[in-house]
Design a protein around this ligand. Sequence first.
Ligand code: SF4
Length: 234
Amino acid sequence: PDLATLDAALVDCRACPRLVEWRERVAREKRRAYADQTYWGRPVPGLGPADARLIIVGLAPAAHGANRTGRMFTGDRSGDVLFAALHAVGVASQPTAVSADDGLTLRGVRITAPVHCAPPDNKPTIAERDTCGHWLDRELTLLAPTTRAVLTLGGFGWQAALTALRAHGYEIPRPRPTFGHGVFVDLAAAPGHEVPPIRLFGCYHVSQQNTFTGRLTPTMLEDVLATAVEFAGL
Ligand code: SF4
């Protein structure tokens, strides 16, 4: 299957009972400010072209952001920060993302998540991450011919990416590389595998918890993104 077929299958997934219940309840009850909107309330597929060279791995859709609009990081503060930075480094066609049909396109970048449904408190369980892992696996397989770099937003995505990349034939150093802002690790094929070398970058998540407190500033985000974009040859 191609990426569009995978995305079309993903949106029908109901494998995690707790997340299905939550995403649909949020979609029914809504936030007052969005009371006149129809929430997506389903799994949110990755965003970006099938020939992406850089894959950004976040955490999970936000209840009133992507779970409302149906598009990754679209319609909330986290996305405002992320898309402004992606636009500043030249890979997003516009600095804002408000709805799935706002015309935004990405050049050479695919944004996805280890968990595709909105979780309560933005906290998926490890079991949910493992259940959703096969979607990330298949997405990475389809993107593999062009992938040069992976950037994770936060430690949850870092762990999920390492697990997925190991399954794809990459040798993961021991001890496991530790997540941090601005860290990177070069990964090469494990013995017996043929995969091109890639670089994994770590960046603090664009959550309000980080951006409101100044733990992650727009400059810090743009710096890491610019480095990853350049490394990926974009
Ligand atoms: Fe399916 Fe992933 Fe959503 Fe679980 S989190 S229901 S595996 S799409």
